[in-house]
Design a protein around this ligand. Structure first.
Ligand code: FMN
Length: 385
């Protein structure tokens, strides 16, 4: 079967992407301790570029000191990070047809840094990190908006092709949009409009800084997955505001530390499930899609089967797919599919990669075990000769 749609070009804003395959943001724990970039970090990205991907979204880049997602994560909270980041972006752009987005983020309520307090729109305890965030003042919120804008301006100056604002997974910006974690009554709280104002302000202020030709995209919480959390009905209202604001693409997401529905194990071969369950944010994107006039729709979560997503693209349910875990297992997956091996991604969504990141750089432990087994077998055969 020919994957005509998957390997056709399409645009996000005015940026042309060579195919419909995106690397979803992945924190790798490969940067230096202080958030600067090193050769190992760059190699991970050039490997992805070599593997045939159309657009790479970086891992979580923190916009404020102390609010990174894990140790050895990249940062952009001041100008000192620009030169190292430029080396990285130039190395990826040596593959002239690969585009690169910077994901800008703040851990907010799920902050775990021992020296920095967790902060959020309201002081609602977070069970996943066992902390009670301090409620931010309106002035502090305005300062954080500026930090996102400054980091976005830096990404633009560095030469990234676009930014992605991280407003999902229980981190700061998703804390604001969710009625579960935002009980404020003032400017940045209350109804859907008030809770989404932080995303509107970031977009407008960044747009003013960088002009109209640089896409500003978003990874958007559309559902929390906890009781009393944000429902898809509320997520749709938020998405509509985000689209009307002008965001150029939405990667539809959900879940948080307390619910973990963002990185599900949804494996058809073991659980006998269909495409709706395998691609576990499909229903969310289907419901938001009708509002998305010039805004690209990115399907994320459990994507593994090229034949299934080719059909979604053909039916115009989505514009792009994005994958995280499958590309940890196979950085050359897009080329494999392009060259005719269209069997699903080898990834089994077991989250062992995520667990490896608790102690060091992330990797696919399943792949490593299989590789060791293969080498042992090879050795046995050699010994028996
Ligand atoms: C090891 C690991 C690191 C991740 N890092 C990030 C990150 O930095 N930013 C982000 O938005 N999502 C992050 N995610 C979530 C993924 O981008 C993605 O939303 C999720 O894994 C579901 O997609 P998948 O089924 O293709 O893996 C991470 C997931 C894993 C497993």
């Amino acid at each position: 079967m020919e994957l005509k749609n998957l390997f056709s070009p399409a645009k996000i804003g005015n940026v042309q992407i060579k195919n419909r395959i995106i690397r979803s943001a992945t924190s790798e724990r490969l940067a230096n301790k202080d958030g600067t970039i090193n050769d190992k970090y760059i190699k991970n990205y050039t490997d992805l570029a070599e593997g045939g991907i159309g657009l790479i979204i970086s891992g979580f880049i923190n916009v404020e000191l102390g609010y990174s997602v894990m140790p050895n994560s990249p940062a952009l909270y001041n100008d000192s990070f620009i030169s190292g980041q430029k080396k990285l972006v130039d190395a990826v752009h040596d593959y002239s047809d690969v585009k690169f987005a910077a994901q800008l983020a703040h851990t907010g309520r799920q902050s775990t840094h021992p020296k920095f307090e967790a902060v959020g729109p309201s002081s609602i305890p977070d069970k996943s990190v066992n902390r009670v965030p301090r409620e931010l003042t309106d002035d502090e919120i305005k300062e954080i908006i500026k930090k996102f804008v400054n980091a976005g301006r830096r990404a633009y100056e560095i030469g990234y092709d676009m930014v992605q604002i991280h407003a999902a997974h229980g981190y700061l910006l998703s804390n604001f949009i969710s009625p579960y974690s935002n009980k404020r009554t003032g400017e940045y709280g209350g109804d859907s409009k008030g809770r989404t104002k932080i995303l509107v302000d970031i977009y407008k202020q960044l747009r003013d800084e960088i002009g109209k030709n640089f896409p500003i995209t978003i990874k958007l919480q559309t559902e929390d997955g906890v009781s009393e959390g944000m429902t898809l009905e509320e997520g749709k209202k938020i998405a509509k505001i985000v689209i009307d604001t002008g965001y150029d693409a939405i990667e539809v997401s959900g879940g948080m530390g307390e619910s973990l529905i963002g990185t599900k194990n949804a494996l058809p071969s073991k659980q006998n499930i269909g495409p709706e369950e395998e691609n576990y944010f499909l229903q969310n994107i289907k419901e938001i899609r009708p509002y998305m006039k010039d805004c690209a729709a990115i399907l994320m979560g459990g994507v593994k089967n090229p034949i299934t997503v080719e059909k979604f693209l053909q039916d115009k349910i989505i514009d792009f797919i994005s994958m995280c875990r499958p590309l940890i297992r196979e950085s050359d997956l897009p080329n494999r599919w392009k060259n005719g091996d269209i069997s699903p991604a080898h990834c089994i969504s077991c989250n062992s990669c995520y667990m490896s990141g608790l102690t060091g750089p992330i990797y696919c432990t399943v792949k490593e075990k299989l590789e060791k087994k293969r080498l042992r077998k090879e050795q046995r055969l050699k010994n028996n000769k």
